[in-house]
Design a binder for this molecule. Structure first.
Ligand code: NCD
Length: 317
């Protein structure tokens, strides 16, 4: 993309320079987050509306915290208690919110492409916080940020994304994101948990985690999306754990310095053994922490007044 970024809908919209720019901004906001008063006036006077049609704990809290630290006003549109239950269409809902004067809309929706459609109905900047199986770009950015903090450049790094690829927007976002950063990405899953076609995807595929485990720099586990599966895609969760889970024995075969990642929420004992999730090279809670600074960077870039961060730092000092 490069140049002015209006919306963040998909990792496919970001080129390497855009990602680097966001990572640099994230670094500055991580520093803000460590201050005694972790707040800057960067988005004072701007209003952001939350439009979450799907359950979310960490993503929503993370966005809300990011907005607060940037001094933005927020408008909480609670889908459960809104006229959506009275049959209001997505378009009417968005136009109603837009009519109240919002600068940004952060949306999570079960329909792939919903955030893109919203951009046609409002002048506000739209951030995709997860759309169906399609994309979850801020998750990918926080994963890239967390990985680079530990590994430096991701050029040539070997990343396995393991488990329920088929139903995962995180897998689709990270395949693009990590590949853009020069990493070598492999999807590891049984046939039943892979999309029908992977043509054009910047990934390799294997059905055998044991074949690749020792070579990995990052072992990225996905949650089994049981709520999105209509048929039995694995024989039993126990068998899935034995074949595709990061068991204690497999985690012992990871090379020193490699990272274990997971977007959360975790199913301990399914895609990852409970003990492995707490090992020092598992950076899962760090991913959550970094999510705030990354979302500050995204909101700032899309909605920001253009003030230089350094200038703002002196304003708040
Ligand atoms: C992910 C999501 O919602 O796509 N979680 C998240 O954003 N924290 C992954 C998941 O639900 O498994």
């Amino acid at each position: 993309m490069s140049g002015a970024i209006r919306h963040l809908l998909s990792m496919a919209d970001l080129d390497r320079d855009d990602i680097d720019r966001l990572l640099n901004l994230t670094e500055s906001f991580a520093e803000v987050s460590e201050r005694q008063i972790p707040k800057v006036p960067a988005l004072r006077g701007k209003t952001i509306a939350w439009l979450f049609y799907e359950d979310s704990t960490r993503t929503r809290l993370s966005f809300e915290t990011a907005a607060k630290r940037l001094s933005a006003d927020t408008m909480n549109f609670s889908v459960g208690s809104s006229s959506v239950n009275k049959g209001e269409s997505l378009r009417d809902t968005v136009e109603t919110i837009a009519a109240m004067g919002v600068d940004g809309i952060v949306v999570r929706h079960r329909g792939a492409g919903a955030p893109h459609r919203i951009t046609n109905w409002t002048d506000a900047c739209v951030v995709n916080a997860g759309d169906g199986w399609h994309q979850h770009p801020t998750q990918s950015l926080l994963d890239i940020y967390t990985a680079t903090r530990h590994l430096g450049s991701l050029e040539g790094r070997r990343v396995a994304i393991v488990g329920d690829i088929k139903h995962s927007r995180v897998a689709r976002s990270n395949a693009i994101g990590f590949a853009r950063m020069g990493a070598d990405v492999t999807f590891v899953a049984p046939r039943t948990l892979l999309p029908a076609s992977l043509e054009g995807w910047p990934v390799k595929v294997t059905h055998d985690l044991d074949e690749v485990i020792e070579d990995l720099d990052i072992c990225y586990l996905l949650r089994m999306q049981r709520e999105r599966q209509d048929d039995a895609v694995v024989p039993t969760l126990r068998e899935f754990h034995e074949e595709y889970g990061l068991t204690t024995a497999r985690a012992d075969r990871l090379s020193p310095g490699s990272l274990i990642m997971h977007p959360g929420p975790m199913n301990r004992g399914v895609e990852i053994s409970g003990e492995v999730a707490d090992r020092p090279n598992a950076v899962i809670t760090e991913q959550v922490t970094n999510g705030i600074a990354v979302r500050m960077a995204v909101l700032y870039l899309l909605l920001g007044s253009g003030l230089d961060l350094v200038e703002e730092r002196t304003q708040v000092a």
